[in-house]
Design a protein around this ligand. Structure first.
Ligand code: GDP
Ligand code: IMO
Ligand code: MG
Length: 424
């Protein structure tokens, strides 16, 4: 039995989807635990590329029970389209959606856009209504997936819909749309029911049974450590807790069951949206990382900001998440950068108010990176085992292990599910 939590160690897009799909190969159950359609998880299997926003990456494995957990906020339209796409690809979704998960309403997306519009310092959200949906959940006026089942909406649901409308009107201040708005939300909730209803259930029963039978379970985190609303670069964060503890909570599994926390990082860093990024590169090297790594957002298509690996942040992520092993992706991409430019840099400490520190200060925008340099690059073409990797690549991997005190278990050398080297 194993309960493996897959966590992004930086600002997202580290390759969690690929890692979770890989880890699910011997699992009974796999759970998407937090976030919503702001996530974009890419998996390449048999030369076919899939981009998941809400479905767990294990959905490509029909023998694994794929769960959307209570901690996820569900965009019904995105989910319905994703289920259709998967079916069109010839896959029968082995899908279970928690009746406790809350629904993202169209008004949440409007509110998301509105708050971004009035901000002077933009967060650069994905526009998927995530913040307002979690806020509605906290206000206890969100509609839950289980409530889609009632043909006639109960008075509790109608009360929550009315509160949502009042709440939205507070921002838009246009009372004459009031009556229509209630209808609009009701219609929206009914629109996607046929596709989605068969999958809604109490997913805790499945998880309890898997735990009781010592089955292997994967929890697929979305977003990442530095987008966490408590531990990230607030306010440049998302509205959930995508750290390991948050993922356990969003799935419905207590921390003592967890056997492995796999921190996923790239061999360099990337970020979409605004916020501090100490090792960001604004030169030709940054542009080349973006080109070679194809660093464009899976959800929004935005070019990702790129820079050198920041091990100060990686080590901090170890403590907050209790990371027990690393998956380091894009070793192929960084090797090419080293070959083209002759040097690779890694941040090992910060200059913070004229002091050298090795932690992430709350006002991290005041910190600038201090680097260790690695000469040369490497080519991973044809490598199948750790021993096959060029010496420079091994030295880089082993430095990550030494600095963070955590072993590297998986090494990504390409986007395909088979482009993974397992380091014993
Ligand atoms: P996630 O959100 O953490 O699941 O990551 P994304 O799917 O948003 O972004 C990761 C990107 O890197 C995708 O385009 C993957 O296909 C790609 N990828 C993942 N691992 C590797 C790797 O080892 N090498 C290369 N070249 N691409 C990779
Ligand atoms: P995956 O799971 C990268 C970023 C947005 C923005 C901030 C807040 O694919 O790694 P939100 O829409 O959540 O309110 O946006 O968080 N963001 C992501 N960046 N990958 C993601 O998910 C992200 N989900 C949110 O760009 O900066
Ligand atoms: Mg992504």
């Amino acid at each position: 039995m194993a309960v493996k939590v897959i966590i992004g160690a930086f600002w997202g897009d580290e390759g969690k989807g690929k890692c979770a799909h890989f880890e699910a190969s011997d699992a009974k159950v796999s759970i998407r635990a937090t976030g919503g359609a702001n996530a974009g998880h890419t998996i390449v299997v048999n030369d076919k590329k899939y981009a998941m926003h809400l479905l767990p990456s294990s959905i490509l494995r029909e023998d694994v029970m794929s769960i959307i957990g209570p901690g996820v906020v569900v965009d019904l339209e995105v989910l319905s389209n994703e289920i259709k796409t998967i079916k069109e690809a010839g896959i029968n979704p082995n899908l279970f959606i928690s009746d406790r998960a809350c629904i993202v309403l169209p008004s949440d997306k409007e509110m998301d856009a509105f708050v971004e519009r009035i901000r002077e310092h933009k967060v650069g959200t994905t526009g998927r209504g995530i913040g307002p949906a979690y806020a509605a959940k906290d206000h206890r006026i969100a509609i839950r997936m289980g409530e889609l089942k009632d043909n006639r909406k109960s008075s509790t649901v109608m009360d929550k819909i009315r509160c949502n409308v009042e709440f939205t009107l507070l921002f838009y201040g246009n009372p004459y749309i009031k009556g229509k708005y209630v209808d609009k939300i009701e219609n929206y909730l009914n629109e996607f029911k046929t596709e989605i209803l068969p999958y809604i259930c109490d997913t805790q029963a499945i998880i309890n049974s898997a735990l009781a039978n010592d089955e292997t379970i994967v929890i697929e985190g979305a977003q990442a450590m530095y987008l966490d609303k408590d531990h990230g670069d607030y306010p440049y964060v998302t509205s959930s807790n995508p750290t390991a503890a948050g993922a356990c909570c969003g799935a419905g599994i207590g921390p003592m069951y967890v056997t492995d926390v796999i921190g996923v990082m790239k061999a360099y860093c990337s970020r979409v949206g605004e916020g501090p990024f100490q090792t960001e590169l604004f030169d030709e090297v940054g542009d080349r990382i973006r080109d070679l790594g194809y660093e464009y957002g899976t959800t929004t298509g935005r070019p990702r900001r790129c820079g050198w690996l920041d091990l100060v942040r990686a080590k901090n992520a170890v403590h907050v998440n209790s990371i027990s092993a690393w998956c380091v992706n894009h070793i192929d991409t960084l090797g090419k950068i080293g070959m083209e430019f002759g040097t690779i840099k890694v941040c090992t400490s910060y200059d913070y108010c004229c002091k050298e520190i090795d932690y992430v200060p709350t006002d991290s925008e005041k910190a600038s990176p201090i680097y260790k340099e690695f000469e040369g690059g490497w080519d991973t073409t044809g490598c199948k085992t750790y021993e096959d990797l060029p010496a420079n690549a091994k030295a880089y991997i082993e430095f990550i292990e030494e600095y963070t005190g955590v072993p590297v278990k998986y090494i990504g050398i390409g986007p395909a599910d088979t482009d993974v080297i397992i380091k014993e």
